[in-house]
Design a protein around this ligand. Structure first.
Ligand SMILES: [Fe+2]
Length: 129
């Protein structure tokens, strides 16, 4: 993971690594013509893991009474919907140029969120503890 997306919070960072690992596996599976089963399995893993990660982050926010929580959770809710739609699309359409483009879009959306909001959250947790 590159330093610009490292938040400094051990739990958050280790889960981000798992998410990017899943994204990379999925990109690899799609571009290497692996079977639809494998692609759908990897997409579903990504959706489940993103959900787990967001709820862990939300627990941290509640614990430290994070002032920016509402805005942060709004992003999480929308992002989970986007990932769920992506999984559905992958299931019905398989790996197309369009789904690959969407996966790249989802990854960069998350990177932007990490760079701004997750870093802000990690800094707040550090300050509070
Ligand atoms: Fe977040």
């Amino acid at each position: 993971m590159t330093p610009d997306i490292e938040t400094g919070n051990e739990l958050i960072d280790s889960e981000h690594v798992q998410i990017f690992d899943a994204v990379n596996k999925l990109l690899y599976a799609c571009s290497n013509g692996q079977g639809r089963d494998k692609i759908v399995y990897t997409a579903e893993f990504l959706a489940v893991y993103v959900s787990k990660h967001f709820s862990d982050e939300e627990k941290l926010q509640r614990k430290c009474k994070y002032p920016n929580m509402e805005k942060h959770l709004k992003f999480h809710t929308q992002y989970k919907k986007d990932v769920a739609n992506f999984v559905l699309k992958t299931k019905t359409e398989g790996a197309t140029v369009q789904t690959l483009g969407e996966l790249n879009g989802l990854a960069s959306k998350l990177i932007n969120h990490i760079r701004q909001e997750d870093k802000r959250l990690a800094a707040y947790i550090r300050k509070k503890s």
